[in-house]
Design a protein around this ligand. Structure first.
Ligand code: PPY
Length: 500
């Protein structure tokens, strides 16, 4: 049995250079010298903590097992004697004081009545950096706004006198029971917004029979999330495909072994979109100056949280890889990020079990169309080839969903279920697990009312005749202003002048 080496603060502090760099994370000491050039987030951020405790910076971005997975065991030097380390006194900035004030004065959860409310609370109670990362979308943010508008170009054609005493909005998604025709879509870096991160989603989903899609870039580790789930709880996995396919193979097979029920491969992010709100939140060095660093991939490391950690994603991913995925897993495969009928047909012919019509929450190609609009084109094209409807090929939509009425429109037009990302994220940023439970409850209330008013007693009774989507692909029609959305939507702002 080997004794664990106990190191002192001064010993660690002696290794504080680019050529000899130790850091402390969660009470353990690591030699990261050789890892510096490989760090997806760039070297500067690690060097800022060279010889010191990096836990505060590490925690919100990385799952706890990130070090064990990426750093060879001989680089794990030992544990730190906490009494020998000067406490890191975090300067409480004006921004942090403001945030704490808002956090303490949050509206009571009872007063939250719709998804927009969570967003407006989250905007005040999370850090500026977290808000910038979560809320940002690409370029001019046309698509993120269009995602909302598209739902408002579809109008209902309700049926009456159908005895709607009992209405049931439960369904199955890829053969698994779901209490809502909604699943929790993957969103990354949950701990930026709440100390418990994605576990808030898992626990709430467990209590309400809702399915969660785990993000590859969740802040909680995959195993922590699965461990927090109930034994019979359905979890799916969102996958960013690594340039090192061995890493991806192990990850997927581990997920399958741990009981994950479906693999959603993200196919719309060979490179990450330029999210300008996020980019304006630069990584800043000790001197207060943003460090611009070019990674091996040519992506500048000052370009916001997301771009800084995206270099592992494989842009060479292609249709030719689909058979390989099928060879490494028996989980159903769903391609997340299909944006045209042409690719929907290719996906069907490639033998995958489903597609998500999505523009990645408006975060990838700006002015890409909304999932809802794509849905109409896709179902028509698949139907023309005899590929739709097919119970073995499910179509999902995500982006911009804030109301059960949005979901009902997508379902009427042929979607099996709808992915909801940011609203659940904002719910836990604002109120933790309870917030997510409340969001689910709000969806339930809205489903009940809207299904009654629409004259649909079950999900099967939602048919295309219940909606008028004739204006959907016209991008110039007038719709009433969506006031709640407009209030929480933060307009893009130009470059900032130096203060002082
Ligand atoms: C996104 O931000 O849209 C993501 O999908 C997650 C992410 C986060 C950081 C790097 C790459 C992708």
């Amino acid at each position: 049995m080997s004794d664990v080496r106990v190191l002192t603060g001064p010993e660690v502090a002696a290794h504080a250079s680019r050529d000899d760099c130790w850091i402390i994370v969660h009470g353990k000491v690591y030699d990261v010298t050789e890892f510096l050039p490989e760090h997806p987030g760039g070297q500067a951020i690690i060097l800022k903590y060279a010889g010191k405790d990096a836990t505060v910076a590490y925690e919100p971005i990385h799952p706890p097992d990130a070090i064990t997975t990426n750093l060879r065991p001989e680089k794990h030097l030992g544990v730190i004697d906490a009494s020998t380390v000067a406490k890191v006194v975090q300067e409480v900035t004006e921004e942090e004081k403001r945030r704490q004030k808002f956090l303490a004065a949050r509206p009571p959860l009872d007063s939250i009545i719709n998804m927009h409310d969570f967003e407006s609370v989250a905007r005040q109670v999370i850090t500026e950096k977290a808000w910038a990362y979560y809320s940002s979308a690409s370029d001019d943010e046309i698509t993120i706004r269009e995602n909302r508008m598209a739902y408002q170009r579809v109008w209902f054609r309700p049926r009456i006198l159908r005895d709607v005493t009992v209405v049931d909005w439960s369904t199955t998604i890829l053969g698994h029971k779901s209490s809502l025709p909604v699943y929790i879509s993957a969103t990354a870096l949950g701990k930026l917004g709440h100390p418990e991160g994605e576990l808030c989603l898992t626990r709430a989903a467990a209590n309400h029979g809702v399915i969660q899609m785990i993000a590859t870039l969740a802040s909680c580790s995959f195993d922590e999330i699965v461990d927090a789930a109930k034994p019979d709880q359905t979890l799916y996995l969102q996958l960013y495909v690594n340039k090192d396919r061995e890493i991806t193979r192990k990850y997927v097979q581990h997920a399958e072994k741990r009981g994950v029920k479906a693999l959603f491969i993200t196919v719309d992010a060979p490179q990450l979109g330029r999210r300008e709100k996020d980019m304006r939140m630069k990584f800043v060095g000790d001197d207060g100056v943003a460090k611009v660093q070019e990674g091996q991939d040519g992506v500048k490391k000052d370009q916001g949280v997301a771009r800084a950690i995206s270099s592992f994603i494989d842009p060479s991913l292609s249709w030719k890889d689909i058979p390989w995925f099928k060879s490494i897993t028996k989980m159903p495969i769903i391609l997340k990020g299909i944006a045209t009928a042409e690719d929907a047909i290719l996906a069907y012919e490639a033998g995958v079990q489903g597609i998500v019509l999505s523009n990645h929450g408006g975060r990838q190609l700006d002015t890409a169309r909304s999932g809802l609009e794509i849905l109409v084109e896709v179902t028509a094209a698949l139907r023309a080839r005899g590929y739709f409807p097919d119970p073995k090929f499910e179509i999902f939509v995500d982006g911009g969903v804030r109301r059960a009425s949005d979901v009902l429109k997508a379902l009427a037009l042929g979607a099996k279920a709808v992915g909801v990302g940011r609203p659940f994220l904002y719910a836990f940023c604002s109120y933790g697990q309870e917030g997510v439970e409340k969001a689910i409850q709000i969806f339930r209330d809205e489903f009940e009312m809207n299904m009654r008013l629409l004259g649909a007693r079950t999900i099967d009774e939602l048919v295309p005749e219940m909606v008028d989507a004739s204006a959907l692909s016209s991008h110039i029609v007038m719709t009433p202003q969506d006031n709640l959305f407009q209030q929480t939507y933060q307009p893009l702002a130009g470059a900032k002048f130096n203060e002082s």
